[in-house]
Design a binder for this molecule. Structure first.
Ligand code: TXA
Ligand code: MG
Length: 310
């Protein structure tokens, strides 16, 4: 605990100086900088090699802080009450008086915001008087990091500080919902889409079948492990790493279990780490067993589908 406190002090020092640091969240690790500072935000884009037209999520401690920058409505309040702090991001209208750097939003008048629940990052957010812009702490288009070591693997010595919050509890990014106009989900993630539909009834009847994913960052090549991925595989071919959702009796060196027995939460938590391990082992191809498309399985399937695109 003491160590964490001194690290938070260091973190604040760097952030106040417009430097970037890595922070743990319950979804994935983020590459954070002062969201009010053009300098800090530009550094994030540069480090991540992120195209400037791809906006960032601003991370807040609480509603009071958010209200300084964004307009909110009743739908937002309902979702906030139910899911925050937690793995959900909202696209909201910016207030004219907002101090958010224009670089984050690519000059738009809307912004994605989120309230992470990880205790270490909440401690940090409580102590600073600006929100943190934080994309996932990986080089653009690769797999999001879910541990301190993953962040080191992405950035090496380029980062001055990584706050170590252990392995991310959820392991997949936040669900993003656009609340401008008719609410619609932009990215599947940590909060299950059905539990969101339940709270927004007009949305429920219209958009049940197909969710249109529109955010820039969910384009092809995202969440890519950099080697071919084959989905719904009933078996693996020679030298193919085989990702399984359920443990088998027969052991095979090419098998990688993301859950012992069809537990989707456990699978979500282990997915990115397993993809990284498989790459480190030097496999040239990955096969993945069919994942049930329910609860967080939806978000897992979304990510592995993107990972499978060339
Ligand atoms: O769980 C998460 O959301 C993690 C942790 C660190 O908070 N962050 C994260 O950020 O996944 P990033 O930048 O890797 O992904 C955010 C996605 C991108 O695809 C981006 O295009 C989209 O959100 N996005 C950001 N701002 C947006 C906006 N104003 N409108 C629409 N999409 C937006
Ligand atoms: Mg990302």
């Amino acid at each position: 605990m003491k160590k964490n406190d001194s690290n938070i002090k260091k973190a604040i020092k760097y952030l106040n100086n417009n430097e970037c640091i890595a922070i743990p969240t319950e979804t994935v690790y983020g590459l954070a900088g002062n969201a009010y500072s053009d300098k800090a935000v530009s550094r994030i884009y540069k480090l991540k090699k992120r195209p400037s037209n791809n906006p960032l999520i601003a991370h807040y401690y609480n509603l009071k802080d958010l209200k300084k920058d964004c307009e909110i409505d009743i739908t937002f309040k309902r979702l906030y009450k139910k899911f925050c702090p937690g793995p959900i991001s909202f696209v909201l209208k910016l207030k004219k008086t907002s101090r958010i750097s224009k670089i984050i939003t690519n000059n738009s008048n809307s912004i994605a915001v989120r309230f992470p629940s990880h205790s270490l990052t909440r401690k940090l957010l409580k102590k600073i008087n600006y929100p943190l812009a934080a994309p996932s702490a990986n080089i653009s288009s690769s797999i999001s990091p879910v541990s301190k070591q993953d962040v080191i693997d992405e950035f090496g010595p380029k980062l001055k500080l990584i706050l170590d919050g252990g392995s991310s509890k959820i392991g997949l990014e936040s669900t993003i919902i656009n609340l401008i106009g008719k609410p619609h989900i932009l990215r599947l993630g940590g909060v299950n889409s059905k539990s969101i539909y339940k709270l927004i009834s007009p949305f429920e009847s219209k958009n049940k079948k197909k969710i249109k994913i529109k955010v820039p960052g969910t384009s092809k090549l995202h969440y890519s492990p950099g080697i071919p991925v084959r989905l719904n595989a009933k078996k693996n071919y020679q030298n193919e790493a085989y990702i399984l959702i359920k443990k088998r009796k027969k052991l095979d060196k090419n098998y990688f279990y993301i859950s012992k027995k069809n537990n989707l939460k456990e699978a979500a938590k282990n997915l990115y780490g397993t993809l990284r391990i498989i790459k480190k082992y030097g496999y040239k191809k990955i096969a993945i067993e069919k994942i049930p498309n329910i609860n967080i399985g939806e978000a897992i399937n979304d990510r592995i589908l993107r990972a499978s695109k060339k």
